[in-house]
Design a protein around this ligand. Structure first.
Ligand SMILES: [Zn+2]
Length: 489
C-alpha cells in the first residue's frame, strides 16, 4: 500500500514538472515576430507650418450638436474655403466634389486596373460642455500653440487626421509623387451625429459610381504609449472592426394604486430586480477570434510572467478571462457590454407606478447582433410582469482582414516611422464613419498614426484636447508612408 502511494506521489510530481516545462517552453517561444528589415524614413517637414495649419483648422467652430438647431453653417463653409485656399496643390491635381458639407477628393491613379483606396477623417467636433470652458488650460477653439503643443477641440478627434492627410498629400505632390492606385480622400462634416449626410452620402455616391475600394483608413485607434498595462513598447493598434449598439427598454407593469397600502412588490421593485439580474449576468464573451489575436500579438512584447499567461491560454484561459473582464477597457473588448442609462417610474410621490422602464444600452461585440442580444435579455428577465422592447440600434461592423495587403501597408508604414514597435489588430469601442465607408470597402481599417498616452484620453470629447507639434508631424510622416506603401500594393 505504502509503495502504491509513493508511486502515485512520484507520478504527480513528474506531471507537475512536465507541466512546468511545457509552460516555460511555450512562454520562451511566445516572442515578437522577427522584425523585417524595414528602413527608417527620413522625411523633412516644415513643422511650424504644419502646426500653424492645424491651429487654424481648430479655430473653425465646426460643431455638431445632437439637436439640429445650433449648428453654425458658415463655420463649415468657411472651413471648406480654408482647405481650398490653404492646399492649392491638392486642389490643382485632385478632383473635389462637395456632398452637403463633406469633401470628397479623387486622386487619379496610374493603374486603373487596381482597386482604389480611401483615406478619411471628419472635421466636425463635439461641443465643449457648457461650464467646463474654464477647466481648459487654453481656450478650446483658440488653436493656441504653447511650448510645442497645439491646443483645442479637434486636436485629436479628428482635425489632426484631416489636416494630417492634406499635409501628407501636399508633401507627396511637391515630390512629384503619382499613386499607382486611385486614392480618395473624404472629410466628413457630421461624424459626431452619425455621419448620415456626410460619409453616408459619399458612400452612396461611390456605390452609384460602381466604386469598390480595396481598403479604407479612417480615424480609430492610435499608437499607444503606456496605455496597455504591462506593455513596454509602443503599440500601433489598428482597429479592424467597430462595435454595434442596441438600446432596449425593460418594461415592468403592475396594477398601480395608492402608496399608503403598497403590495410587497410593485413595478419599480420588479424592475430593480431585473436590472440587478442583468448586471449580474454579463453577456457571455471572452477570448476568441479578434480578441485572441490582439492579446496574442500584444502579449509577445510583455514581461515574462504576462507572456507566460498568454502563451498558455490552454491552462490559464479562465484566469486571463477573469482579469481582462475586471477592467472596464479590456472587458469592452471581450464582450457586448451592458449599461443601464435611464429610468422612469410613477409620476407622483404617492402613486404606485403602473409602468416602470429602464433603458439599457448594449455595445455589441462582432460575435453578437441586435437580435441575439434582445433574445438573451428576454430569456434572462422577461416574465408575466416584465417585457423587453427594442428602441433601435446598429449591428457591429464586419471584421476586416488583418492578413490583407492594406493592413500590411499600414503596419509597415508605422514601423518605418516609429521603429520596431508592436502592431496588433484591435476592436473599436466607439463608432466611426466607417460604418458607412465599410459598405464599399473590402476592408475598413480605423487608425490614427499619432501617439496617444493615457493623459490624452480625457481630451476626447472632454477637456484639454491637445497634440504636440512633434507628434503631429510624426503622424503626417505616417500618412505619407501609408499613401506611398498603400498606393502601390
Ligand atoms: Zn472622431
Amino acid at each position: 500500500m505504502a509503495k502504491v502511494l509513493t508511486n502515485m506521489a512520484l507520478g504527480g510530481f513528474a506531471l507537475v514538472i512536465i507541466l512546468g516545462l511545457v509552460v516555460v517552453t511555450k512562454t520562451l517561444l511566445h516572442t515578437p515576430p522577427p522584425f523585417d528589415d524595414i528602413a527608417a524614413v527620413d522625411i523633412q517637414l516644415d513643422e511650424a507650418n504644419l502646426a500653424a495649419n492645424l491651429s487654424a483648422a481648430i479655430r473653425f467652430k465646426t460643431i455638431s450638436y445632437q439637436a439640429s438647431t445650433g449648428k453654425q453653417n458658415t463655420e463649415f463653409s468657411d472651413f471648406i474655403a480654408w482647405v481650398i485656399a490653404t492646399y492649392p496643390e491638392v486642389n490643382q491635381v485632385l478632383e473635389l466634389e462637395l456632398l452637403n458639407q463633406s469633401m470628397l477628393y479623387k486622386w487619379q491613379g496610374l493603374d486603373t486596373t487596381l482597386k482604389p483606396i480611401l483615406l478619411t477623417g471628419h472635421y466636425d467636433v463635439v461641443p465643449v460642455i457648457p461650464g467646463s470652458e474654464d477647466k481648459w488650460q487654453q481656450p478650446p477653439f483658440s488653436g493656441n500653440i504653447v511650448d510645442g503643443v497645439i491646443w483645442g477641440r479637434g486636436a485629436l478627434d479628428d482635425k489632426s487626421g484631416v489636416v494630417g492627410i492634406l499635409q501628407a498629400v501636399t508633401y507627396l505632390l511637391d515630390q512629384g509623387f503619382q499613386p499607382q492606385r486611385t486614392i480618395y480622400l473624404s472629410f466628413g462634416h457630421d461624424e459626431e451625429i452619425g455621419g448620415r449626410n456626410g460619409a453616408g452620402a459619399v458612400t452612396a455616391l461611390l456605390k452609384q459610381q460602381g466604386v469598390q475600394l480595396a481598403w479604407s483608413l479612417d480615424e480609430g485607434s492610435f499608437v499607444f504609449d503606456g496605455i496597455f498595462p504591462g506593455l513596454e513598447t509602443l503599440l500601433a493598434s489598428i482597429n479592424v472592426a467597430e462595435k454595434g449598439s442596441v438600446t432596449l427598454d425593460i418594461v415592468a407593469t403592475a396594477p398601480g394604486g395608492h402608496s399608503s397600502m403598497p403590495p410587497r412588490n410593485n413595478a419599480v421593485s420588479d424592475l430593480a430586480k431585473a436590472i440587478t439580474k442583468l448586471q449580474d449576468n454579463p453577456v457571455p464573451g471572452g477570448l476568441s477570434g479578434l480578441s485572441t489575436q490582439m492579446f496574442d500579438n500584444v502579449s509577445r512584447y510583455m514581461p515574462f510572467t504576462m507572456r507566460g499567461l498568454f502563451a498558455n491560454q490552454w491552462l490559464f484561459g479562465p484566469i486571463i478571462d477573469q482579469q481582462l473582464s475586471a477592467s472596464t477597457t479590456t472587458n469592452a473588448m471581450l464582450r457586448t457590454t451592458t449599461a443601464p442609462t435611464m429610468l422612469s417610474g410613477s409620476v407622483k410621490t404617492n402613486v404606485l407606478p403602473i409602468e416602470a422602464i429602464a433603458t439599457v444600452n448594449f455595445r455589441i461585440h462582432p460575435r453578437d447582433n441586435m437580435q441575439s442580444i434582445e433574445n438573451y435579455v428576454t430569456q434572462l428577465v422577461a416574465s408575466d410582469t416584465i417585457s423587453v422592447r427594442r428602441r433601435g440600434g446598429i449591428n457591429a461592423s464586419a471584421v476586416s482582414d488583418w492578413q490583407a495587403s492594406g493592413y500590411a501597408a499600414i503596419a509597415q508604414s508605422m514601423r518605418e516611422v516609429y521603429g520596431d514597435i508592436a502592431v496588433a489588430p484591435g476592436l473599436m469601442i466607439a463608432g466611426s464613419d466607417s460604418k458607412h465607408y465599410g459598405q464599399v470597402a473590402d476592408n475598413a481599417y480605423r487608425f490614427n498614426p499619432f501617439i496617444l498616452t493615457s493623459q490624452d484620453l480625457t481630451g476626447f470629447h472632454g477637456t484639454n484636447e491637445k497634440i504636440s507639434v512633434q507628434n503631429f508631424a510624426q503622424g503626417v510622416r505616417g500618412y505619407i508612408q501609408v499613401i506611398r506603401n498603400g498606393s502601390r500594393r
